[in-house]
Design a protein around this ligand. Structure first.
Ligand SMILES: [Cu+2]
Length: 154
């Protein structure tokens, strides 16, 4: 076998493995548990959405965008501690590590829903479209839930 054919065989194998690794989109690989939206406080037009993002695959998944028809603006946020004061910051992405998970929860990462177009109904669901780094999307239906005492204020 000539050197050239060996090289071709190696490259073909490489391409095969690469295409297998990318066969599933990030939206197909992510596993979403318990999506919920905080019932917004009376008189406010902003709230947060929370969920657990699981990644059973061996490649990182990156959530890069969220959209919802119920809000004019939807952003990805985190809470950061600035000199002892917790503040919200917009983040460009939320990474879900390979064989790991990312928790969107009060006081941490969340989907921020700004300028709500209609009042939320407790027990109802809100559709949120999640977009991942590869452009794939998944719609989650987040349950509108009244915040309890331990889910401290936004
Ligand atoms: Cu926020």
């Amino acid at each position: 076998m000539s050197n050239r054919i060996q090289k071709f065989g190696f490259l073909a194998t490489l391409v095969l493995f690469t295409s297998l690794a990318f066969a599933q989109s990030q939206a197909e690989r992510v596993q979403i548990q318990n999506p919920w939206v905080r019932l917004n406080a009376p008189g406010t037009q902003v709230t947060g959405a929370f969920m657990l993002l699981g990644n059973p695959s061996d490649k990182e998944i990156r959530l890069v965008k969220a959209e919802s028809q119920i809000a004019k603006v939807t952003e990805l946020h985190n809470h950061v501690n600035e000199g002892g004061v917790m503040k919200m910051r917009q983040v460009p992405l939320i990474a879900v590590p390979a064989k790991g998970e990312a928790a969107l929860k009060p006081g941490s990462y969340h989907v921020m829903l700004i300028d709500l177009k209609a009042p939320l109904q407790e027990g109802g669901t809100v559709p949120i479209t999640l977009e991942f780094e590869d452009g794939s999307t998944q719609i989650v239906h987040a349950r509108v839930t009244r915040p309890t005492a331990e889910k401290h204020a936004h």
